[in-house]
Design a protein around this ligand. Structure first.
Ligand SMILES: [Zn+2]
Length: 445
């Protein structure tokens, strides 16, 4: 066992009602192995109460620092690290001119490997300890990312990008070497092979990953849905309702479905552990479909603002009651930093301010990128699943150490915080990777 003394930030147990963060000013976080040998939080609370209960346990003391849950990024593209900051008129030209050309390079295993190494390091440097990530349509890109995440013992979910039409030919899923199996069938066989190799290995998980409905044939979506039925505990990830041109295109391709979102449901791709990026242009039937199936939205504010896609409707989501959390969506998103993403979410919430209520609170913004995102992923400890994104007893011991004095302005501003909301909001507005002094990942014993 180990113990860490500093201020400790965590979220009170939450089901209904407002999210409530707790800051233990002089706190102690006690970490030790659970029955499965994973390092989890054993206790959290005031140092003066807890220290005597753990005699002989070495205490690491970080005065002036804040221990906080590691961040959870619900949607990020590891092959798009180099695409950050690429100007385009909108989503579709951005894909064509920047993203697809870069993703083609992942056909080379060495290219995938170095990109995976940089990507995982960048996530950890920014305090992100759990991520649901896209790879490319090349199985070698998936293997490279899983390999690197396994090396770092990071909790990471990814999968083979399914794309059998409407993209450059060498970026589509490929048929088997001798052409005996067509590209669509081969993409599903490859997905299953990758599930069997990686899903549930240590902290890794697999996500069935149709890029988005317009780049998948009916046969590929149907096959993905069958795979999802066969493997009920794998994740599903895709994009939906990001951009109006994209929606028009999806409606033309799948006119039999009630809406773009409903297309995924019609192919068996909506359920718990299904995470859809963006979810901007929804009606209430779409929102109810999210709620009723248990699917979750990955809100990607810096990406939505950068590409001019629109504003996630927090009020609509809360009124109908479906789950969501925050995501960087690099490289449409402009930063790996959770602070930038939380600030972007604040701007988006301002757009509908009169209806927003609690969505704008600093505690709620922070929750959306930690415990709330973990809940959206099904990693909140319910039904015997692991818990991340919080520091309650039983949660996997992934955390960040924040230095509120990291820059002169942060030091000046945080010193004047009169309450927890002011402190959190100072860090959301002024924070970046400099605020993350270290990232600690739960180690298998
Ligand atoms: Zn995306």
């Amino acid at each position: 066992m180990k113990a860490y003394r500093a201020s400790v930030l965590y979220f009170a147990p939450h089901s209904e009602g407002p999210v409530r963060a707790v800051l233990e000013e002089d706190g102690l976080l006690v970490v030790g192995p659970n029955a499965a040998g994973t390092q989890v939080v054993q206790a959290v609370g005031p140092y003066r109460d807890l220290a005597s209960q753990y005699p002989g346990v070495a205490v690491q003391y970080w005065p002036g620092r804040i221990i906080a849950p590691g961040f959870v990024d619900l949607h990020v593209h590891y092959p798009q690290t180099n695409v950050i900051g690429s100007p385009a008129e909108g989503l579709l030209p951005w894909l064509e001119n920047y993203t697809f050309p870069e993703e083609k390079r992942f056909v080379a295993p060495e290219y995938s490997a170095q990109a995976a190494t940089f990507f995982v390091a960048e996530l950890l440097r920014n305090g992100v300890t759990t991520a649901l990530a896209f790879a490319t349509s090349h199985p070698q890109s998936v293997n490279a990312l899983f390999t690197e995440a396994q090396t770092q013992n990071m909790r990471l979910v990814t999968g083979l990008c399914l794309m059998d039409r409407h993209a450059p030919a060498d970026l589509l899923n490929q048929p088997s070497a001798y052409g005996r199996v067509d590209a669509t069938e081969q993409s599903l066989l490859d997905s299953e092979t990758l599930i069997q190799r990686w899903h549930g290995q240590g902290r890794l998980g697999y996500a069935i990953t149709p890029r988005f409905a317009p780049t998948c044939t009916d046969a590929q979506l149907r096959g993905a849905g069958q795979l999802a039925a066969q493997y009920p505990d794998v994740w599903i990830q895709s994009h939906v309702a990001e951009n109006k041109d994209e929606i028009t295109w999806a409606r033309e391709l799948f006119p039999q479905s009630r809406s773009y979102l409903a297309t995924y449901d019609d192919f068996g791709l909506m359920r718990k552990r299904a995470v859809y990026a963006h979810c901007i242009h929804f009606d209430d039937d779409d929102r109810a479909l999210m709620r009723d199936t248990g699917a979750a939205a990955a809100i990607s504010p810096t990406s939505n603002l950068f590409l001019g896609s629109g504003f996630f409707d927090y009020a609509g989501a809360d009124r109908v009651g479906f789950q969501y959390g925050l995501a960087s969506d690099v490289g449409g998103g402009t930063s790996f930093s959770p602070f930038h993403t939380m600030l972007g979410a604040y701007y988006v919430g301002r757009e509908g301010q009169t209806k927003q209520g609690l969505s704008l609170s600093p505690q709620h913004l922070w929750w959306q990128h930690t415990a709330g995102a973990a809940r959206a992923l099904g990693l909140d400890g319910s039904q015997g699943q692991p818990a991340v994104g919080n520091l309650l007893p039983g949660c996997e011991a992934d955390f960040v150490v924040l230095n509120p004095q990291a820059t002169p302005l942060l030091a000046r501003k945080t010193a004047r915080a009169a309450n927890l909301d002011e402190l959190l909001f100072s860090m959301i507005v002024l924070g970046d990777d400099r605020l993350i002094e270290r990232t600690v990942i739960s180690q298998a014993i």
